[in-house]
Design a protein around this ligand. Structure first.
Ligand SMILES: Cc1ncc(COP(=O)(O)O)c(C=O)c1O
Length: 375
């Protein structure tokens, strides 16, 4: 593999901290037993891994009752459980104008079954306006857009939803681990383990506040109450049928510990400096178009851009040939590109991570400048 400047952390973070890799290796080598199934000491050690990861995620994201964190294979699976487990024919759900397909597609299916889906009145960036929360059963929104980076005012929206009796569900894919977040302000929070949380792919979770009881979507063996046909009534077993990704969850636990020590705020600060540098300097390259929001404090750590007259996929391909990994196209989020009027070609997204350096950013800008000058 050639040396790559990896600037696609909004898709999956890379590289992972060493401690994550070591923990996954150690789990595979020493704790290969099935958690929650057998009573021997290795199986108990595997169960402890799940417990400890739940606890540290709850601490990191301020989620009360860690047993209500349900491990999934990614953010999408958690979102599916929440939407399909809670919304019934006739229920109304409101969304932002920036929803990822992981929300838009399950809602499209639910629409066919009689769920009513509408856009919430939004602000200039496409995010729900806290002053105009509609009277619906549930409001679902990105915490930060994976296309524009626009960041939600979670506290304001949380209190608006509370006062109207609306269930507030957050897709925290672009915020968890990257921007400090008080999860207790929402009713449901879904997140991937493999982006800002710095865990491996194949991990994610969804958390439900006490009192929010989704139907069971995935049924099967849990190692508990095996004499009964119904899934156990207690959490997390109720929603975690089948063998978990124990090595992955061990890695996610180590990543969470790493974030607790280093502090999400310090990572956010570092990434913000890099994004500011990108936003400032990319504009000096002729023909580059950028998109709002421009206020770095209201923006997640990513920048979408286009080069006038150039297909974004062609541009990302050329950049990759020069050793710079970016993501082009619609980013699984046609709605946000419609909102920006960059549909159907989309754009190119550059997303630094916790390990990106100023030198990496300079090299990216140099390669882009060279591309624009020589085309
Ligand atoms: C805003 C948003 N929601 C959901 C997802 C889906 O995450 P996963 O691929 O872990 O299911 C992503 C991934 O890019 C995302 O950016």
């Amino acid at each position: 593999m050639k040396k790559v400047i990896y600037l696609d952390n909004a898709a999956s973070s890379h590289p992972k901290p060493d401690i994550v890799i070591r923990k996954i290796n150690a789990t595979l080598q020493k704790i290969g037993a099935n958690p929650g199934r057998s009573g021997h000491s290795m199986a108990l050690a595997a169960s402890r891994i799940l417990f400890e990861t739940r606890e540290s995620l709850a601490e990191l994201l301020n989620l009360p009752s860690s047993e209500r964190i349900i491990f999934t294979k990614n953010c999408t699976e958690g979102i599916n459980l929440a939407l399909k487990g809670l919304l019934k024919p006739g229920d109304k759900v409101a969304v932002s104008k920036l929803e990822h397909n992981s929300v838009a597609r399950p809602l499209e299916t639910l629409k066919k079954n009689g769920v009513i889906v509408e856009y919430a009145p939004c602000d200039e960036y496409g995010l729900p306006d806290p002053k105009k929360v509609p009277k619906v059963k549930m409001l679902v929104t990105v915490a930060a857009s994976n296309v524009t980076g626009a960041v939600l005012d979670i506290a304001a929206l949380s209190s608006a939803c509370k006062s109207k009796g609306v269930v507030f569900m957050l897709d925290a894919a672009q915020m968890a681990g990257s921007i400090p977040l008080d999860g207790s302000l929402c009713d449901i929070l879904a997140a991937p383990g493999h982006k800002g949380l710095l865990g491996p792919q194949g991990t994610g979770f969804v958390w439900f506040k006490k009192g929010i009881e989704p139907d069971v979507i995935l049924e099967g063996g849990t190692g508990s109450n095996s004499e009964e046909f119904d899934s156990p009534s207690f959490w997390p077993d109720r929603h975690e049928a089948g063998t978990c990704n124990t090595p992955g969850i061990a890695g996610l636990g180590a990543a969470t510990q790493y974030l607790l020590k280093r502090g999400i705020a310090s990572i956010r600060e570092r990434e913000t400096v890099l994004c500011e540098m990108i936003l400032d300097e990319i504009r000096d390259i002729g023909k580059v178009i950028t998109y709002p929001p421009y206020d770095i404090n209201k923006k997640a750590n990513l920048v979408l851009f286009n080069v006038d007259g150039t297909d974004p996929s062609q541009l990302a391909w050329e950049m990759d040939n020069q050793g710079v990994a970016l993501r082009s196209g619609l980013h699984c989020c046609p709605e946000a590109h419609r909102f920006l009027e960059t549909y159907p070609e989309g754009g190119v997204r550059v997303s630094p991570g916790y390990a990106t350096t100023k030198k990496d950013v300079k090299q990216f800008l140099k390669v882009l400048d060279g591309f624009v000058k020589h085309r």
